[in-house]
Design a protein around this ligand. Structure first.
Ligand SMILES: Cc1cc2nc3c(=O)[nH]c(=O)nc-3n(C[C@H](O)[C@H](O)[C@H](O)COP(=O)(O)O)c2cc1C
Ligand code: SF4
Ligand code: SF4
Length: 434
């Protein structure tokens, strides 16, 4: 059976699934129950500096985007870091770590961007016996207006500086949690590495307004008629997170830097995708908030079954497997020619493929008598929109034209060799690229 245990920058965990720093990890009661359910680790809800506790709003703190079946696709929140006293959290963390020594316990920290603030909190965090620290440079609301969270994560120089302080003042592994509210994720990741961080984790939430109440004209969640932007997460953000993880995994400067993947992980498959793009562990928040801690059982069983089926004996064998296949557009094979094929036995004659292709694609689907839908090879550019809109899985598939055959759309023979834009005759730069 596949070995799900992980050793992420020296932090050992029985499986790669950690709960992300958020309400599920806000207190001892939650974390104990999460560990009993089987979670491999937790990143404790972000700790702030000593002093009067943080104050949260007393009205709704979530805005939600539902799918047609009312499944939660994305959550936006305006919650701040922990609003419980620092010492209460530290005492609870120490008790939990004592009782669950085999689980990963990471302290998430957000204090002002001043050396003394980090120097003061780190020894107290170490005393809990936790396994590592995560620097929260990500929250895009509330704390960022006070010069913390994403206000730090958006400035690579600050990231490097704080990472250096933490490396100087603690022996614990340092994970820098990155904000996605930035144009190019490679810059903050490089800064974290330059600062000596052991790893990065991403993504934190995306700045967002989920909806506007058109009766009150207030953004949701609405607090007494007013709303502010919040942080978006859940399945809707997974594509953004996967891309950012892959960018860091394949960047010349950060390749090999351990990554904890976060953003929309809901099933074992999501986790496997993050691992394949370079993550060594994954973190989960929204899925636990929507479905409860019990989902860990399906996540671990599913990942383990899939790894057995594919012959991956350990999680580290999956990490980064897909990275060599992430490339830039200019290197995609332009001699790879496909055409859509409709399986008439599966087709329910709904006509959605026709509407999509006729109105917005390449007028490549004909309606024959008896509502028989057929692809016109001389028009089909293989965009695959018809597959995306067809309600029947596998009813439409793409078929590759064999090398040597003529593409009826272009009238050109399909070449067998790989050739990309850098060498294409239409590319004015092609000579330089050769
Ligand atoms: C209500 C809520 C509160 C959160 N609080 C924190 C926090 O205190 N510290 C932190 O680093 N991230 C916080 N996050 C972000 C999550 O840790 C995670 O990065 C994000 O939700 C993406 O993961 P997901 O798609 O699995 O939810 C919070 C998220 C939510 C929904
Ligand atoms: S692949 Fe694109 S162009 Fe071809 S039939 Fe489908 S929608 Fe039309
Ligand atoms: S969308 Fe799919 S099921 Fe509907 S007509 Fe086209 S091929 Fe048939």
């Amino acid at each position: 059976m596949a070995d799900l245990s992980t050793n992420f920058v020296g932090i050992k965990s029985p499986n790669p699934f950690w709960l992300a720093s958020a309400p599920p990890t806000d207190k001892e009661y939650n974390v104990r129950r999460a560990f009993e359910a089987g979670w491999g680790g937790v990143v404790w809800k972000t700790l702030g500096e000593e002093g009067p506790p943080i104050v949260n709003v007393n009205g709704p703190r979530y805005g939600v985007i539902h799918g047609a079946d009312r499944r939660v696709l994305g959550i936006n929140n305006i919650e701040l870091i922990t609003d419980r006293p620092l010492q209460t959290n530290l005492d609870e963390m120490a008790r939990v770590k004592r009782d669950f020594p085999d689980r990963a316990l990471i302290a998430s920290i957000m204090v002002p961007c001043e050396e003394h603030a980090w120097k003061a909190i780190l020894p107290r965090v170490e005393d809990t016996g936790c396994d590592g620290i995560e620097l929260n440079f990500g929250c895009p609301h509330g704390m960022s207006e006070r010069g913390m969270g994403s206000a730090v994560g958006q400035v690579p120089e600050y990231i490097q500086m704080v990472a250096e302080w933490c490396k100087a003042y603690t022996y614990l592994p340092v994970i820098v949690k990155l904000t996605p509210n930035i144009t190019d994720i490679r810059y903050p990741a490089r800064a974290a590495k330059r600062g000596g961080a052991d790893a990065v984790s991403l993504i934190n939430t995306i700045s967002s307004i989920t909806s506007v109440n058109l009766d009150t004209m207030s953004p949701e969640p609405s607090i007494d008629g007013k709303g502010s932007h919040g942080g978006y997460c859940g399945p809707a953000v997974k594509p953004i997170a996967l891309n950012m993880v892959a960018e860091i995994a394949r960047d010349d400067e950060t390749r090999g830097l351990p990554i904890s993947g976060i953003g929309g992980v809901t099933t074992w498959r999501d986790a496997a995708e993050f691992l394949s793009l370079g993550a060594g562990s994954v973190q989960v928040c929204t899925a636990a908030m929507v479905y409860g801690f019990g989902i860990i059982k399906e996540m671990t069983a599913g990942l383990s079954d899939w790894m057995d089926e594919k012959g991956y004996t350990s999680v580290s064998k999956v990490t980064g497997r897909a990275v060599p296949n992430v490339t830039d557009w200019q290197y995609l094979n332009l001699n790879f020619v496909t055409k859509a094929r409709i399986d008439q036995d599966l087709c329910i004659k709904c006509g959605r493929c026709y509407a999509a292709c006729e109105d917005t694609s390449h007028q490549a689907i004909a309606i024959n008598p008896g509502r028989v839908f057929e692809v016109k090879d001389d028009e089909c550019v293989a965009c695959n929109l018809c597959i995306d809109v067809c309600p029947v899985e596998d009813c439409i598939t793409m078929e590759r034209l064999a090398p040597g055959t003529v593409d009826p759309r272009t009238g050109r023979r399909v070449e067998a060799n790989y050739a990309n834009w850098t060498t294409h005759p239409n590319n004015p730069m092609s000579k330089a690229a050769e």
